[in-house]
Design a protein around this ligand. Structure first.
Ligand code: PLP
Length: 285
């Protein structure tokens, strides 16, 4: 079965789907994106993802070129046409196609909209969660507005590749004061030995993960204490557990950082419980 992509009003076989060489997403990374989990053929937390999308667009002064209702139809239709039951739906909106010029294109230039969907092996994710993943630290090299879910991801690409070349699955960025900001494609968390769950507060310096937001509800329902504060790599090594959150990873335990074990070097019970409970607190559409 060929995969179908939505590009500016048309559903096309992936091999035929194209954007212009003058698309500002291609020329300047002048665009934003969202990634939602698909579970049992439903989109997880679409409402929250669309709220974040609108915020990202607003910060960059890119207009949403269709109603949220129409966009929702496109997201669901792309999932349906690709027959994805478990996987991800990806949405990208750029400032559109115009002659290459750094300033904004002429008023009336229509933003580009691209939607794709793909299958993910759910059992593979479960295995990764059961085994735990490893991370390496990297100096924070990203721009000062990573709260905007922009497609400008070069530092994340380089960090992820460096992590892979070191045999690990994720990179955790560390700021100039020695505090972990977040992962290259995930939010970062630790659980202290006295069972406090710690994550960096939201601001301009991390992405406000939708999984992170939902997890705050899961923590409250589990009666766990949350501390929103920055933490250091030394604190990670002294922690009982660590984990990452992202739409593509839900809650996945981290068992080693820079080659050193975290806790007893195995996935911990709190991360496992949070992962198990997670979808009781999400919305499905
Ligand atoms: N932080 C970064 C840099 C990300 O790229 C992502 C997701 O891709 C996240 C955090 C997690 O966000 P979400 O939970 O909305 O997937």
């Amino acid at each position: 079965m060929s995969r179908i992509a939505y590009v500016n009003g048309r559903y096309l076989p992936r091999g035929e789907a194209q954007v212009s060489v003058e698309d500002r997403g291609f020329q300047f990374a002048d665009g934003v994106y969202e990634v939602c989990e698909i579970r049992n053929a439903r989109i997880v937390d679409e409402r929250r993802h669309m709220e974040r999308l609108q915020r990202s667009l607003g910060e960059l002064r890119i207009r949403l070129p269709m109603s949220l209702k129409a966009l929702s139809v496109v997201l669901h239709e792309t999932v349906r046409r690709n027959r994805v039951v478990d996987g991800l739906v990806y949405l990208q909106i750029t400032r559109g196609v115009a002659r290459r010029d750094f300033g904004f294109p002429p008023a009336g230039t229509s933003p580009s909209v691209i939607v794709t969907a793909r299958h993910l092996d759910r059992m593979r994710g479960e295995r990764a969660a059961a085994e735990g993943i490893t991370v390496v630290t990297m100096p924070e090299t990203r721009w000062a507005r990573v709260d905007i879910k922009s497609v400008a991801l070069l530092p994340n690409v380089l960090a992820k590749q460096a992590a892979r070349e070191q045999g690990t699955q994720e990179a955790w960025f560390v700021d100039s004061r020695g505090f972990v900001t977040e992962g290259a494609s995930s939010n970062a968390w630790i659980v202290t030995r006295d069972r406090k769950v710690v994550t960096r507060p939201t601001g301009d310096d991390i992405l406000r993960g939708i999984t992170r937001t939902v997890l705050l509800d899961v923590l409250a329902a589990q009666g766990l204490v949350l501390e929103e504060r920055p933490f250091t790599v030394a604190e990670v090594l002294a922690a009982g557990e660590a984990f990452v959150t992202a739409a593509s990873q839900i809650v996945t335990p981290v068992i080693r950082i820079d080659g050193k074990p975290i806790g007893d070097g195995r996935p911990g019970p709190i991360a496992a419980a949070l992962r198990r409970e997670f979808h009781r607190h999400t919305e499905f559409s």
